[in-house]
Design a protein around this ligand. Sequence first.
Ligand code: DGL
Length: 260
Amino acid sequence: MNSQPIGLFDSGVGGISIWQAIRKLLPNEHTIYLADNQNAPYGEKSKDEIIALSEKNTEFLLNQNVKLIVVACNTASTNAIPHLRQKYKIPFIRIQPAIKPAGLQSRTKVIGLLATKATLESTMLEELKQVIPTQDIEIVGKYGKGLVEIVENNRMESPETYELLQKHLQPMLDKNVDQLVLGCTHYPFLIPQMQKILGQQVQIIDPGMAIARQTKRILTEFDLLAPDDQQAKYYFYANKSTKALQVRLKNYPKAVIKKI
Ligand code: DGL
């Protein structure tokens, strides 16, 4: 069982921001990643549609014999995790917007949250706001419309990208945010561009390492860590085009990329 791979899924290449952190922290683990780009983007779909797609992705990964699944997509995590945990026995790692650490670190007491429409509207986000000590913290939530497509098409440095980012981030600057929570796994690939617009006084919170640490904790708890001498293998699947995966993974020669 310990030699079985970790499964990850997302609507596209966004979850690679999580995979990179997992690979760094857990270098012996085999991984299998599914980019459901046939159905991307998830961010404007209904909760029921997101649950159905998450089930399909889970079943694909279970057929690949994974030992744990990282739902490397905020939209699927915030909308489908309770359902997945109820239906399947395997451990799931969910990604939720890092509002709590941002709230604790904020000096201005105003934090920004950039996420998809479905994440911003999810009941889980509401619950998260209730449980954490953010009573005195204002959250400026904004739907990052168009940003997933920019990352999928690798257009990070185009003038239109800067224009769109300015449009999304200016309302946050106007409210004096000093923390920006990235509530979509595609967005960390735009950190350099966002930082140019926000300046150094705004800290951008990328959840990758926290998720990798949580993955390690759960693997340890279930006694599922890979053997120390295991040479990790990385498989990436896409059900529409593999182009975005190839671009995003060009620095990882060990990644095997296939269309399904
Ligand atoms: N990367 C995803 C997320 O974290 C999905 C974005 C989308 O497909 O809209 O929410």
